[in-house]
Design a protein around this ligand. Structure first.
Ligand SMILES: Cc1ncc(COP(=O)(O)O)c(C=O)c1O
Length: 358
């Protein structure tokens, strides 16, 4: 018997969500963003499930890219932050990885590199995100140097949207206008859209879209039709009837208002369930949404079973999945689905399922 706590990853749902991205961005290629262990879902199983369909994968660093190559995946793989040191350039070349180039030192290193083969590069421009990338007024000069650099093969344009998850924010149109003005004269392929851009801003699709979170079923802009990929599950491992006035958990922040059944669930912040959720958060038991009570502990949390009196030891508990969704839990915890999914800790086994057809 193992601890009854796991993250079930529905690969059919993943492929379904990919097909939604494909329909939304007809005509664009899709670079599936699989950084941070595929948003916590497991890099290799996710990559294999998408291998037949994704035009490219994007990861944040060499350490995330090399396992994909070692597993035999032949896709274009883009390092979204490029190299972190010059010594990574020959490794990227040898493994056929694409590099984002966002800083002058990276350009200079590529100009000086003696490589057996050329590296395709994505010139990153900061059109408003204020994070990585060259200023728009430098981009033309950098593009010319990049094109001439001995170690560089094809060049593509890339920028990142800062506010596409807000449909009313005019910043996205401004970023797109800036990007189009820079990129159109060269004729090089371009990539601007993340999930929110893919879903809500068709004019940003360009040649390559870069969806991440939508592949995992979380919905920027409330997209209909996406299916949750991860179901975080545990079990009721104890049920007790506590008298009115009895405290529950550390600090006794919850005090039973009446005699009541309390369930103890085999998951806590040591598994990545957010401690900040606190009271007011819900879990799924026997199809009902049941309140979390008291403080979340490292390995356990407690729930109020008054509305599900038939609940008993061994019942499955859904922390997030179909209901409640990870977006609902994230809102309760004052964070975003990305953080909760990435934070599921290594001790939680990921179990892969093909639930429906593909
Ligand atoms: C450069 C870049 N492109 C694309 C993505 C995918 O974004 P999302 O998960 O919002 O689709 C990310 C993720 O943060 C990113 O950093």
């Amino acid at each position: 018997m193992t601890r009854p706590t796991q993250a079930t990853v529905d690969l059919s749902a993943l492929r379904h969500n990919f097909s939604v991205a494909r329909q939304l961005a007809t005509g664009a290629k899709i670079m599936a963003v699989l950084k941070a262990n595929a948003y916590g879902h497991g890099l290799l199983p996710v990559a294999h499930a998408l291998a037949a369909d994704a035009d490219a994968f994007a990861v944040s660093c060499l350490e995330e890219a090399l396992p994909l190559r070692l597993a035999g995946l032949k896709q274009r793989i883009v390092l979204l932050e490029g190299v972190f040191g010059v010594e990574e350039i020959p490794i990227a070349a040898a493994r056929g990885l694409d590099l984002v180039v966002h800083s002058l030192w990276q350009l200079e290193a590529l100009e000086q590199a003696m490589l057996p083969n050329r590296i395709d590069c994505w010139l990153k421009v900061d059109t408003g995100m204020g994070r990585l990338g060259f200023a728009p007024d430098q981009a033309g000069m950098i593009a010319e140097r990049l094109q001439r650099a001995a170690g560089v093969g094809n060049v593509y344009w890339m920028s990142h949207l800062a506010s596409a998850d807000n449909p009313d924010n005019p910043a996205t149109d401004a970023q797109q206008a800036c990007f189009d003005e820079l990129t159109s004269p060269s004729g090089w392929p371009s990539s601007l859209a993340n999930s929110a851009g893919t879903i809500g801003w068709p004019q940003t699709h360009g040649d390559w879209v870069r969806p991440g979170i939508m592949l995992f079923g979380s919905a920027p802009l409330g997209t209909p039709g996406l299916r949750p990929v991860m179901s975080l599950e545990a079990q009721l491992i104890a049920v007790k009837n506590l008298p009115a006035g009895h405290g529950v958990g550390y600090g006794s922040v919850f005090v039973c208002p009446q005699d009541m059944p309390v369930g103890v669930v085999s998951i806590g912040y040591g598994d990545g369930y957010p401690r900040h959720c606190g009271e007011g958060s819900v879990v799924g038991i026997q199809g009902a949404l049941v309140p979390v009570i008291g403080r979340v502990s490292m390995d356990m949390l407690c729930v109020d079973l008054r509305t599900v009196p038939a609940a008993g030891i061994g019942d499955r508990v859904i922390l997030w999945g179909d209901a409640p969704t990870v977006d609902e839990v994230a809102a309760r915890a004052g964070t975003i689905s990305y953080e909760l999914l990435c934070q599921v800790t290594p001790r939680v086994p990921r179990v892969y399922r093909w639930k429906g057809g593909v």
